[in-house]
Ligand binder design. Sequence first.
Ligand SMILES: C[S@@+](CC[C@H](N)C(=O)[O-])C[C@H]1O[C@@H](n2cnc3c(N)ncnc32)[C@H](O)[C@@H]1O
Length: 447
Amino acid sequence: MPVAAVPRAHSGKPTQEKENSNDLQKEDYPFHHWYRFVLSYPPHLVRKYLEIFGVQPGETILDPFCGTGTTLVECRRHGFNSIGVEAHPHAALASRVKTRWDLDVTLLQARAKKIGHAAEAELGALALPKQSLFAEMVAEDTADYGGLTADEAKLIPEGFLSPKPLKRLLILRKHLRLVTEGLDTAYREFFYVALSHVIANGAGNFAFGPEIYRTKAKEDYDVTGHFASQVHSMIADLVHAQAVQKDWPSAKVVEGDARTLEGVDAGSIHAVITSPPYPNEKDYTRISRVESVLLGLMTDRGQLREIKERLLRSNTRNVFVNDDDGEWIADHPEVRIISEEIERRRVALGKNSGFEKLYHRVVAHYFGGMARHFSVLTKKLKRKARCAYVVGDQLSFLLVPIPTGQLLGDIARSYGFRTASIDLWRTRLGTKSGTRVREEVLVLEKL
Ligand SMILES: C[S@@+](CC[C@H](N)C(=O)[O-])C[C@H]1O[C@@H](n2cnc3c(N)ncnc32)[C@H](O)[C@@H]1O
């Protein structure tokens, strides 16, 4: 059977839909297309608020939940310094790589060739497995070959990778590591991001809608072909950027927690453009799980839990017994009413699973965590700094409405902010409710 071809990035859509969709438009490909996830917002939204806020060259923009770096890339492209904070190691890696524009492209080209040749040579001589995915690959010599350990295999949701693509990915990974040995880690990370693109945009049996779901299993996939074309277009972006100028504004990525904002200097930030998690049932560690495991960023359940603990509480999969962020908003009347209403409805509906019992606590911890964030953010901002928070209203917890933007504006008031506006960005069809819910941009101003 022929291997599946590298997919084209996306097809055309009507203009209005394009405006509102998260798809990348052609002019936004450079750097953004290196790797982004379904939760990313489109670059034009960042441009819009840079313009509305009247940010000047040399000023610094903060994205405290920077994900895969849309804000940082867009700031760099338009002459503004930026700082991103991100708690998930894989998203932080993507942001770091997408904002490193000074890599030696000749070295990258040479190493890319070596990786490709070595991987192809080994694959050519190999009988690829037919059926047994993990049974065959888990037991292999992990030190040399770089196969999955049993713990790593358990982290990959069932059916998300077929045997042949997985084998190809593991061999490619092995040569990627060998060929980048002894180089600055930036080079290995560059190729890791290309590998992530291959996994998420072709080799894996999963898609997003917006939740991650399993797709029809691919028997095989052109892993090395996709990798080569992705690396090629990433290098082309670097060549172009380096030909145009070399003194880009700074872009710093802190792998850290927006609730503490360590690594961000007091009084240094002119504006914020960001999108925090929303209070819903999205498990952020699942979205890039396969990439995280194959890149060695997540090796067992203990590490998965550690990563979950670093994230803002926003779903029942990352709420833990000792969590206490909720105490930060214990006296907030509206959050308390919503939380109590969720619990009342759960009892009335007889929903008694462990996860359902946590619904009301997620909401309290979510808004409490955001209160913690605002309490430290206020110290990092210059006076009159403006902040854009892209957030969505929610109905995920037994259809109890959660007006996220309005509540966050209200909470931020206690930390020296005023709500300048709440702008409608788009509406989205709720999967469970069947009704349209608002996604908005909450604009805050530091007083
Ligand atoms: C909606 S996504 C942001 C997407 C981003 N705007 C982009 O374009 O890629 C929210 C991000 O917040 C991160 N996050 C969650 N809790 C965090 C925390 N406590 N500190 C920093 N980042 C966090 C998640 O890992 C996720 O990448």
